[in-house]
Design a protein around this ligand. Sequence first.
Ligand SMILES: OC[C@@H]1[C@@H](O)[C@H](O)[C@@H](O)c2[nH]c(CCc3ccccc3)c[n+]21
Length: 444
Amino acid sequence: MVHKFPDDFVWGTATAAYQIEGAANEDGRGESIWDRFSHIPGNVWNNQNGDVACDHYHRYKEDVQILKEMGVKGYRFSISWPRVIPDGTGKINQKGVDFYNNLIDELLRQGIQPFVTLYHWDLPQALQDRGGWTNRDTTDYFAEYAQQMFKQYGDRVKHWITHNEPWCTSFLGHAIGVHAPGLKDFSAALLAAHNVLLSHGKAVEVFRQMGLDGKIGITLNLTPSYPASNSADDLQAATISDGFSNRWFLDPVFKGQYPDDMVKVFGTFAKIPEIQESDMKLISSNIDFLGINYYSRSLVKHNPDAQFGVETLKPEGQYTDMDWEVYPQGLYDLLLRIKKDYGDIDLYITENGAAFKDVVENDQIDDIDRLNYLKKHFEKAAEAIRDGVKLKGYFVWSLMDNFEWAFGYSKRFGLIYVDYETQRRLWKKSARWYKDVIANNSVD
Ligand SMILES: OC[C@@H]1[C@@H](O)[C@H](O)[C@@H](O)c2[nH]c(CCc3ccccc3)c[n+]21
C-alpha cells in the first residue's frame, strides 16, 4: 500500500553541533561541558571525544551538497553556544558566528530550510563553573544567547527550537550521570529541569518581543508507556512511567503546571524546586510547534522493589544496536495522544532513526534493518496524518554517523556512513532509499 504525504511535508535530517563539528579548539570556540566530560577517562566508550568528530566545521559545504543530492526540504542542526559566546555570556566570537552564517547561507542557496536548535547539550563550561542549569542565572544567560542568535540569523532562520530534550539535559546529566555534567543528584535534576524549562520560556518571550516572523518551539523526547497487563498495579506503573518520561515536561509547557501525581512521587525522595510566581506562565508561553523525538516505547509492570515501583520489560521482538525495541506503533499512538491530551498544535518528528551495525563491502553498505525501521515508522506517521494529526515534517536521526555521546563512535545512526580514518562520507542503502521517498513524497 502506498502512503502519500502532504505536498508541503518537510522531509529532513537532523544533527547536533558537538556530535559532528569537531574543531573543538579552533577559531575562538570556548569549552563546553561535553568537552570537559568526554576528556575525563571512563565517561565515554574507549575514552573517545568530539575534538574532531565528523570535521563538519571544515566540511560543511560537502555535507550540504549531500543534503542537496538527497533532496531534503529541511535540515535540523544545533548551534554550539560556546562557539558563538565562548564564556556563555558577554563577548561574541565573530568567527563562530560566521560559521553559522556560512552554513545557513549555503543551505538557503540549495533551497533547504534551516531548523535551528539553540541548545543540544553543550553548555559553555564557564557557566557550569557557576552552577550550570542548577543556577537560575543560567536562564538569563540562555535568553541573552537566544536574543543574539535571533538577531544574527532571524532574517533567514524561520524555525527555532529552544531546547533539545530537557529530560536528557536534566536526568541523564544530573540524576543518572551518564551525560555531562555527570551529576547523580535527583533534586539537582529537578532543579535543572525547571531552569531549562524557564530558560525556554524566557527565549520564547524574547522571540515574541523582537517581532520576528518565524516559528518557535521545543523538542521533547517522548516515550509512550504501555502496561504489561490490565491489572490496577500495572496500569499505575504505566501512568508513573508516562509521568516521568513525558508529562513532567509536557504539562508545564502546555498546561503551565507540573503533574500532581509526579510531584507526590518525586517529593517522597527529592526536593521539588522553588517555583516563583511568573515561572509557570513563562514556561507555558504559547509556542508554534512541538518537536518530538521518538525512538521506542516502554513496556512496564508494577514491581515494589523497582524505582517508582516500575519495572521496564524487554518483550520479544527486534532490537536496535542501542538495545531499543523496534516499535513503530508507538509513534502512531504517541502522535494521537499528544493531539488528544495537549491540543492540535503543529508537530514535527525532530528525530527518529536507528543504530544498527554497518558492514562496508566495496564501498556499499546494505543497511536493510535501518531502511525497514524507517519505512515502518514513516508508514505510522502517514496513518497519524490520515487520522487528523498536524504532522508537518520528519527529520531522520541522523544525516551521518557521529559522536553518540557516552557510546562515542561505536553506534552508527547515519543515513551516510562516515569513515573516521579518512572522513570519507559513503551513502548507505537507506540514504538512497530516503532520496526516493522524498522525491515521491510517499512510502510504498
Ligand atoms: O541516541 C540517538 C540520539 C542522539 O544522538 C541525539 O543527540 C539525541 O537528541 C537523542 N535523543 C534520543 C532519545 C532519548 C535518549 C537519549 C540518549 C540516551 C537514551 C535515550 C536519541 N537520540
